[in-house]
Write a protein of this length. Structure first.
Length: 625
């Protein structure tokens, strides 16, 4: 498959796996706020490797982002109900690969009852995937029972195909009965012993039998394969034997697939193109790298690197999942974790995928650096440009050269606003969002500018958001210093009058707030919720203690204006009281509660002397892009 002309291939080659799992700004009040948001310290310096540079050429543009990297194998509960929708929607998720693995001790090969347990989960996860607008990739090997943790016979053992043929009949019948449209990934990792123990010859017999049945029953549904654990290249005899076989027997898949755990999508797509050509085969659809990233590569930096490589290669990618048992069916393939109350919380990498999902408009040319890659876009309608930067193990300063800026809509009077943020790995702990490294106005010369990103930890990721200097909006989440929970749009509501609450910091747009400066008023803002587009508002313009803090259509009234009063009692430069202009009262968590869903109201502002102990009016404004 040819590479997109605006994406240049570069970078390291993949390696075979040795082990496999079983399954400067004017000094204004705004500048003070921006400086405080950027004051968070950088993480501890990792072993310094190589300073490098990347170049983003906005003048060379292609199509819209396809969010190729936003898929996963498993990561959804067996009944399909969790995690909640926004964790998927916010990252533009659109691929699920599943078949009931590890829910019991077997599948069809052990008993019909075992198969049914796995099928019920498969069907529930399929329905949720469809409801979320995604594509479901069916895994028959797991429904058979071959998930790397069980013991059963294999299709065609001793030349007997009876049980397998019955299995295919059952599976096809179940798919038809439920009016399902799926991609058929006929067997996982047949080049290893964990998922296919017999010979390749026996596998090829199985492939032909299964292929014929699926093609006859569902002529318009796509067949995926061979989903090998190794990578395609001319010295991989398993791969070349498979290609020659499917060519000779007219059983080529619609979508060729393999795994990169580890590996490099750009290198592997190039090799796949060469080997398909050598076998006389053509490829008309994107390749599917349907498991990517080892566990050690699942970090904001590693995720961003893979996003860049998959988009550059034009291949669809599904994250690998290194959990087991019921945990395999949860946590969005290690993008989420849970607290002691069972509440989902995002890891740093989830925020990288959220930023990826926010990249709209057109992909532009991105020349990678030493083990450094990512994705850049410009959206001239939305008046932004966004650059995602990841690492394949390299740490060091990254110079980001921005060229062709005259083709964007972000330059004003020869300047552009550049917001650099770090998405922390934080040793795999949950995070509340990115931290702002810098927010500056950069001079554009000859349609170009450059920035330096202090890439001190390869597991962290970085983003650069370019905006017109006239856009002085600051995006943030407001974290209660009393409870550690976030100011939250209750139940993801878009309705006027919804009273706000505090809730666990989930990272969703229902907790993201755009602070828009009010002209002529010092350090005063309207606060717009990014999910609903509505303004934080004191209900009925009340001046009474206890009046509800709600959301309402933005109207410019003083009960929708809040002055940020810096609080130094806790030693955090990001701490503020939010003081309603019309009443002079503070946004307050009712009853000094630490419970999730405690309601937000206004209350007489506590004196400075009390703020070190009474913290339910103190909000930490965390820059989150």
């Amino acid at each position: 498959m040819p590479l997109p002309r605006f994406l240049r291939p570069a970078g390291p080659t993949g390696r075979p796996r040795t082990a496999r799992r079983p399954r400067g700004r004017t000094a204004t009040a705004l500048a003070v706020l921006l400086a405080s948001l950027g004051a968070a310290a950088l993480p501890g310096t990792a072993a310094h490797a190589v300073d490098t540079s990347v170049t983003v050429d906005f003048a060379t543009a292609g199509g819209a982002p396809a969010y190729r990297a936003s898929g996963m194998i498993y990561g959804m509960t067996p009944d399909g109900s969790l995690p909640q929708d926004h964790f998927f929607k916010d990252i533009k998720w659109h691929f699920m690969r599943a078949g009931g693995a590890q829910l019991n001790s077997g599948g069809y090969a052990t008993s019909l009852a075992d198969y049914q347990t796995r099928w019920n989960a498969t069907l529930a996860q399929y329905k949720r995937t469809v409801a979320l607008g995604g594509t479901f990739v069916l895994l028959p090997h797991d429904l058979w029972g071959a998930d790397g943790t069980t013991s059963q016979g294999w299709p065609g053992d001793n030349g007997d195909w009876t049980q397998f043929d019955n299995f295919v009949t059952q599976l096809i019948g179940d798919v038809k009965a439920n009016n399902m449209t799926v991609e058929w990934d006929l067997w996982n990792e047949p080049d290893g012993k964990g998922f296919w123990a017999p010979s390749q010859a026996q596998y090829l017999q199985m492939w032909s039998r299964f292929y014929a049945r699926v093609r006859a029953a569902f002529p318009n549904q796509l067949i995926v394969g061979p989903s090998i654990a190794s990578q395609p290249n001319s010295s991989n005899t398993w791969w070349t034997t498979y290609l020659n076989y499917v060519k000779a027997n007219n059983v080529a898949p619609d979508i060729y697939s393999w795994h990169d755990e580890p590996g490099d999508p750009v290198t592997d797509v190039g090799r796949a193109n060469s080997t398909l050509s050598a076998a006389g085969l053509t490829n008309t659809r994107p390749y599917q790298i349907n498991e990517y990233a080892t566990l050690s590569m699942q970090s904001p930096g590693g995720g961003a690197w893979f996003i860049g490589r998959l988009e550059r290669a034009g291949a669809d990618g599904l994250r690998g999942n290194w959990a087991s048992g019921t945990n395999l069916h949860d946590y969005e393939a290690h993008l989420l974790t849970k607290n002691s109350s069972g509440q989902y919380l995002p890891l740093g990498e989830w925020f990288m995928y959220r930023y990826y999902g926010s990249q709209t408009g057109n992909i532009v040319n991105y020349t990678p650096g030493s083990n450094t890659d990512g994705l850049a876009t410009k959206d001239n309608t939305a008046r932004n440009a966004k650059v995602l930067i990841g690492s394949n193990g390299n740490a060091g300063n990254v110079t980001v050269n921005l060229t062709g800026l005259n083709t964007t809509s972000v330059v004003e009077n020869g300047k552009v606003r550049a917001v650099v943020q770090r998405i922390p790995y934080d040793n795999g702990a949950p995070v509340t969002g990115p931290t702002t490294v810098s927010d500056t106005t950069v001079t554009v010369s000859n349609n170009a500018a450059s920035l330096t990103v202090p890439y001190t930890n390869a597991k962290d990721g970085y983003t650069i958001t370019l905006l017109p200097p006239s856009n002085t909006t600051v995006s943030t989440v407001a974290v209660s210093e009393n409870s550690g929970q976030c100011l939250d749009d209750t139940n993801l509501s878009t309705a006027n009058g919804t009273q706000y609450q505090q809730y666990y910091c989930e990272g969703g747009y229902q907790q993201m707030l755009d602070l828009k400066p009010v002209a002529g008023r010092t350090n005063t803002y309207t606060v717009v919720n990014e999910l609903s587009g509505k303004c934080l508002d004191v209900s009925g313009a009340s001046t009474a203690d206890g009046a509800a803090v709600i959301q309402y259509t933005c109207n410019g009234a003083t009960n929708q204006m809040f002055t940020l009063n810096p609080v130094t009692a806790l030693g955090n430069s990001q701490d503020y009281q939010l003081v309603a202009v019309h009443s002079g009262k503070c946004v307050d968590v009712s009853d000094v509660s630490t419970q999730p869903r405690a309601l937000i109201h206004q209350w007489t502002c506590d004196p400075v002397s009390a703020l070190s102990t009474k913290k339910n009016q103190i909000w930490r404004l965390q820059g989150v892009g």
